[in-house]
Ligand binder design. Structure first.
Ligand SMILES: Cc1cc2nc3c(=O)[nH]c(=O)nc-3n(C[C@H](O)[C@H](O)[C@H](O)COP(=O)(O)OP(=O)(O)OC[C@H]3O[C@@H](n4cnc5c(N)ncnc54)[C@H](O)[C@@H]3O)c2cc1C
Length: 395
C-alpha cells in the first residue's frame, strides 16, 4: 500500500493533532490539511474541569503545542470552519464556508458534543463543559457562596462539583445513580467517593432524575427532580454525557451507531478512518465494538491510525485507561470495571485513602483502580493485559 498523497483530518484537537504528529514522525511527507470548527489552536480538555476551572492555570496553559511546534508539522490548519458533509467515494469534505477538500485518506476526529437538557438554551446561568469557551463562561459564574447544582453524577459532573466546592460555592450534585461515578467504578469505590464529597461539603442529592429546570426573567432558579423536589440554584451545570459529533456525516452512508463504526484497524470505509472519542471500533481483545472517551485513547488510537494509513496492518486493541482528580484524590483506572465484578484491595488501605483495587469477573482480571497510588496501579496494569488475552469460558 502506498502512502496517501494528501491527508485530511477533520477535528483539530487531541486525536486529530496526534494523528498528524504520528504520520510526520513516521516520515510521511505528503500534504496535510486539518479542519477544526473551534477558533482556537488545539488545546487539552482534561484541565478544563480542573486547573482552568479552579483558576490554577491561565487558559493558555491548556494549549497543546506552541505555534512553532505546530508550524513545524507543515500542516495547513483551517480553524473556525465546520465540516458539514463527507462524500465517501471521492473522500471529499465540504465545510460550512463552502470549501471542498478532497484527499486520499480522511481521518474523522470530531469527538463528542455535550448533551443538553430540553429547555436549557436561552436560560442564563446554565452551562455545559466541553470546550475552552464553555470552561471560561462557567468560570465567570462560579462566585463563592453561589448555589451551584451539578446535574449528572458521572466523571465530569463529580469533578466539577469538587472543583466548585473547593472554590467556596454551595454545591449540590444530583443524578439518577446513588453515588458519584457509580457507573464507572462500581459500588465500593463510588461509595468512598460519596464519603469524600460529603466530607468536603458537597451536598449529594442522588438517586433522582432531573425533570427540568426552573427560571425567572431568563435566568435559571432551580433544578426540578423527578421526585417533585426543586433544588434552588444560581448556576447549573448539565453534565449528562456526550454524543458523538457525527451529525455532519448523516448523509455520508458511513455506519453511524453511537459513533463512527470501524473495523479493528479503525477503518470506516476505503481510505476513511476514525479516531478518538468519535470512533467506535472493533476491539479484538473484547470481541466487540468499543468507543472510548478518554485522553489516553485519543493519543494511542491516533498513533495506531497513523500506522495503518502508512501501510501497517495491526489491530488496535488497547487496555483502556482514564484518570480523574477530585479534591485530593487521584483515581486511575486501567481496563474495565463491571458493576458486578468482585473487588479486592491488593495494595494499600482504603481507610488511608491510598489503595489499589483489582476487579475480577468470572475469575478474569478486567481492571485495576488506584486511589492515590499511581506507581503501584501502573505496575498492576499487566494483570489486565493478561486478562484481556484469557479466553473466558462460557457455561
Ligand atoms: C472537561 C473535560 C475533562 C476531561 N477530563 C479527562 C480526564 O481527567 N481524563 C481522561 O482520560 N479524559 C478526560 N476527558 C476526555 C478527553 O479530553 C477526551 O477523551 C479527548 O479530548 C478526546 O479527544 P478527541 O480529539 O477525540 O475529541 P475532542 O477533544 O472532542 O475534539 C474534537 C474536535 O473536533 C471538533 N469538531 C466537531 N465536529 C466538527 C466538525 N463537523 N467540523 C470540524 N470540527 C469539528 C470539535 O469542536 C473539537 O475541537 C475530559 C474531557 C472534558 C471535556
Amino acid at each position: 500500500m502506498t502512502a496517501p498523497a494528501r491527508l485530511l483530518v477533520v477535528g483539530a484537537s487531541a486525536s486529530g493533532l496526534t494523528t498528524v504528529e504520528a504520520v510526520r514522525r513516521k516520515g510521511y511527507s505528503g500534504e496535510v490539511v486539518v479542519i477544526g470548527d473551534e477558533p482556537h489552536a488545539p488545546y487539552d480538555r482534561p484541565p478544563l474541569s480542573k486547573q482552568v476551572l479552579s483558576g490554577a492555570w491561565e487558559a493558555e496553559r491548556a494549549t497543546l503545542r506552541t505555534d512553532e511546534v505546530l508550524s513545524g508539522l507543515d500542516a495547513d490548519f483551517v480553524l473556525g470552519e465546520e465540516a458539514v458533509a463527507l462524500d465517501v467515494p471521492t473522500r471529499t469534505v465540504r465545510t460550512a464556508a463552502g470549501r471542498e477538500l478532497s484527499a486520499d485518506a480522511v481521518v474523522i476526529a470530531t469527538g463528542v458534543r455535550a448533551r443538553a437538557l430540553p429547555g436549557q438554551d436561552g436560560l442564563a446561568g446554565v452551562h455545559v463543559l466541553r470546550s475552552l469557551d464553555d470552561a471560561l463562561a462557567l468560570k465567570t459564574d462560579l462566585r463563592p457562596g453561589a448555589r451551584l447544582v451539578v446535574v449528572g453524577e458521572g466523571v465530569l459532573g463529580s469533578e466539577i462539583a469538587a472543583t466548585a466546592c473547593a472554590l467556596g460555592l454551595d454545591v449540590t450534585l444530583t443524578g439518577p445513580l446513588d453515588a458519584p461515578m457509580a457507573l464507572q467504578v462500581g459500588p465500593m469505590v463510588s461509595g468512598l467517593l460519596a464519603d469524600l464529597h460529603r466530607e468536603r461539603g458537597v451536598r449529594l442529592r442522588l438517586g433522582a432524575g432531573c425533570a427540568g429546570l426552573t427560571g425567572r426573567d431568563g435566568r435559571v432558579t432551580g433544578v426540578e427532580l423527578t421526585t417533585g423536589e426543586t433544588l434552588p440554584a444560581d448556576v447549573v451545570v448539565v453534565a449528562i454525557g456526550a454524543a458523538p459529533a457525527t451529525q455532519w456525516l448523516a448523509d455520508s452512508g458511513l455506519a453511524l451507531d453511537n459513533g463512527v463504526v470501524c473495523d479493528s484497524r479503525c477503518r470506516a470505509a476505503d481510505g476513511i478512518y476514525a479516531v478518538g472519542d468519535v470512533a467506535r471500533f472493533h476491539h479484538e481483545g473484547y470481541g466487540r465494538l468499543v468507543r472510548l472517551e478518554n485522553r489516553t485513547n485519543a493519543t494511542e488510537q491516533a498513533a495506531a491510525v497513523a500506522a495503518v494509513i502508512l501501510g501497517e496492518d495491526r489491530p488496535y486493541a488497547p487496555v483502556p485507561y482514564f484518570w480523574t482528580d477530585q479534591f485530593d484524590a487521584k483515581l486511575q483506572v486501567h481496563g474495565m470495571l463491571p458493576a458486578d465484578a468482585e473487588v479486592e484491595i491488593v495494595e494499600g488501605e482504603v481507610a488511608a485513602r491510598r489503595f489499589v483495587a483489582r476487579y475480577t469477573s468470572d475469575g478474569v482480571v478486567t481492571g485495576v483502580l488506584g486511589w492515590n497510588m499511581p506507581k503501584q496501579t501502573r505496575l498492576r496494569r499487566q494483570e489486565v493485559v493478561d486478562g484481556l488475552h484469557t479466553p473466558v469460558s462460557t457455561p
